[in-house]
Design a protein around this ligand. Structure first.
Ligand code: COA
Length: 382
């Protein structure tokens, strides 16, 4: 396999973007990635998208997005793995460049959720229709069950969940791309309205429109296009049962662990080698479970990490310094690519007030459903 680098990255602001269509979101982020590398031709395009058919009535995104970018003729395909669609798009692009089949491949992610659809119902299609949705389960409900299981097994409290949200909003307030640029106190989080017990409004990621893109090429050509290429050291993916109740331990995200192990193995690295990480905090309990599954802390110790500052800027392993899905927003199919854009900025030393000093190696973990699919990518600034 050839070595692969990210040479360009772009993303839109995240939020309720009433004046931008699905294609506008794609084009703005794709052009951002291409222009930052000075590249105007592509060999192939992957578009991470969970459910444009249901959110805005648009399927067949490959040709639509290629044409909107002025690239009709270029092979382009949508990649779907629920909220992990973006991570899977990066993995597809990575493998295509690594295989030698293509040199310049764009991995984008896009989602337009605020356009009048029944968002909770559309998102629920990523869970098991027969075993879960039929009985009325929603995603806040599924993650509430994960939280309950974690609380019972490890003594995790509502306050532990809340410190994750306080950290997210503190950092997200400094991120110009973020949907909610507001600092939230522990009291704000713990008195916000109950959504699915024990998860309150401020333990949940919001409903978001947005796009993100990264441009990949062989590492040995990367310096032709940028002084600061970012090498992809490892790519791991895994699946688990779609239905949460079918898992041996619902408090443990086994697909996240497996995808992490595969990425660490490809990279020849261990969790302690990671300088900065973005993980999939669709609900604050998910971030706690990801700390554990990725080996940043021992199983059962994730509940203490945000409160003790271990995962904050300046801590042993800064996580979701962008504000994460909670504060930056979660346009589901775009999220995995946006995480990679954040890590690329960190490894290039371009994260401004949110810069992790001396960050050389970064990790992005993206998850679908209640953890039924997961991707992990490990990056190094070169
Ligand atoms: N975090 C912070 N503030 C939020 C928020 C969130 N997650 N969601 C909404 N708000 C704010 C809104 O901006 C609004 O503020 P305003 O009154 O100052 O304008 C207020 O809270 C009410 O917003 P509203 O849109 O009426 O909330 P809602 O009750 O319809 O939706 C949730 C709240 C939590 C149910 C919704 O955001 C949600 O479903 N989140 C989870 C999404 C999800 O499951 N993603 C996939 C994960 S796998």
């Amino acid at each position: 396999m050839r070595e692969v680098a990210v040479i360009g990255a772009g993303m839109t602001k995240f939020g309720e973007l009433w004046n931008m269509s699905l294609r506008d979101l794609f084009v703005e982020s794709a052009l951002g990635a291409m222009e930052s590398a000075g590249v105007d031709t592509l060999d192939s395009i992957y578009i991470g998208n969970m459910s444009a058919g249901q959110f805005v009535g648009q399927e067949h995104l490959g040709p639509l997005m290629a044409d909107s970018l002025g690239m009709a003729g270029v092979p382009a395909t949508r990649v779907e793995s629920a909220c992990a669609s973006g991570g899977m798009a990066i993995r597809s692009a990575f493998l295509e460049v690594a295989s030698g089949a293509s040199d310049f491949v764009l991995a984008a992610g896009v989602e337009k959720m605020n356009d009048g659809a029944d968002v909770t119902g559309v998102l629920a299609t990523a869970s098991d229709q027969e075993e879960e949705v039929y009985y009325g389960v929603t995603f806040p409900g599924l993650y509430a069950m994960i939280a309950r299981a974690h609380m019972e097994k490890y003594g995790t409290t509502e306050e532990d969940l809340s410190w994750v949200s306080v950290k997210a909003h503190k950092n997200g307030a400094k991120n110009p791309h973020a949907q909610f640029r507001r600092v939230m106190s522990l009291e704000d989080v713990m008195t916000s309205s109950m959504v699915a017990e024990p998860l309150r409004l401020l333990h949940c990621s919001p409903v978001t429109d947005g796009g993100a893109a990264v441009l990949l090429c062989p590492l040995d050509r990367a310096k032709e296009f940028t002084d600061k290429p970012v090498k992809i050291l490892g790519s791991g993916a895994a699946t688990s049962t779609l239905a949460l109740a079918d898992r041996a331990d619902p408090s443990h995200l086994d697909a996240v662990e497996l995808s992490g192990q595969r990425a660490y193995e490809m990279a020849g690295l261990k969790p302690e080698d990671i300088d900065v990480a973005e993980v999939h905090d669709c609900f604050s309990i998910a971030e706690i479970c990801c700390y554990e599954a990725l080996g940043f802390v021992e199983q059962g110790k994730g509940k203490d990490a945000a409160r003790e500052g271990i995962t904050d800027l300046g801590g042993a392993i800064p996580v979701n310094i962008s504000g994460g899905l909670k504060s930056k927003g979660h346009p589901v199919g775009a999220t995995g690519v946006a995480q990679a854009v954040t890590i690329v900025e960190q490894l290039r030393g371009e994260a401004g007030e949110l810069q992790v000093e001396g960050a050389r190696i970064g990790l992005a973990q993206n998850m679908g459903g209640s953890g039924a699919s997961s991707t992990v990518h490990i990056f190094q600034g070169v």
